[in-house]
Design a protein around this ligand. Sequence first.
Ligand code: TA6
Length: 332
Amino acid sequence: MSSERVPVELSQGVNGLDKIILRETRGSSAEKSNFFFIFYLFLLLRGFQVYLFGGHVTSWKNDHGEELLFVSSKALFKPPKAIRGGIPICFPQFSNHGPLEQHGFARNRFWSIDTDRPAFPTNSSSKAHIDLILRSSEEDMKIWPHSYEFRLRVALGPGGDLMLTSRIRNTNTDGKPFTFTFAYHTYFSVSDISEVRVEGLETLDYLDNLQNKERFTEQGDAITFETELDKIYLSTPTKIAILDHEKKRTFVIRKDGLPDAVVWNPWDKKAKAMADFGDDEYKHMLCVEAAAIEKPITLKPGEEWRGRQELSAVPSSYCSGQLDPQKVLLGS
Ligand code: TA6
């Protein structure tokens, strides 16, 4: 495997918005002979796309070129409205947990490519990554009077896993700390929501957003879906599995620095009420969001917080036990 970085392409996306496409090539050496054909073939396969608007991942494809994230056919791609689908980033406020606009403002801002980034604090071997940065603007200071640097690395792991690492630093010069909540608001693409189960959140406490954020305890079984659901699970395990029975696929979410997890499906009524969402699209998406909500994060000037999520999509045939979710959740 050669050591050079994987090609990153800056191109125009929907409505001319700048996006970065990263496609991973493999085994390039062996295929040199019919280079173009095979190179073209591999290029079509796995990779991700991220818009500078919102620092927003909108596509993650596996080796078969299958899209693993949901983006609504009615998504607007019209700033300042956030893109409906993919992975919006909620910062410095999750949902309406505070005075700011819903889910904060990071998802409605234009990010830049981070050309002078400090050393990356992990032994991430991934050559397939892009670094973005968002800094506080005068506009933002009027609504949230804090100076910060938000560095986001989006990387593709050796197995095609998608890794997002956020590093938020307090760069206030007035000695003031700041406090925030956070979520990777990931929209997973699923075959049929009524056939999907979420494992790893059993028996946990949660805040029910449909009942004034009242606190309840989840029952013992996997979570299944037959109506609108909007819950914040508290202090969850670092691994959660989403089993898509029909697609024989399991999404595994591994998270670090993000103790909570939000599970959301708008179902039919809310779907109809959202202009940038198709009436039936609730059947083919599920949001499971690695988050830090219950205990907001406070940073003093000079301090930095790191929140990381790693998404894997593994073929699974639940009934054949090839991949027992319990083994996944308890395994390495
Ligand atoms: O994460 C779940 C949630 O907070 C829901 O309450 C719902 O509002 C969803 O986010 C979508 O929010 P948005 O502002 O993108 O319409």
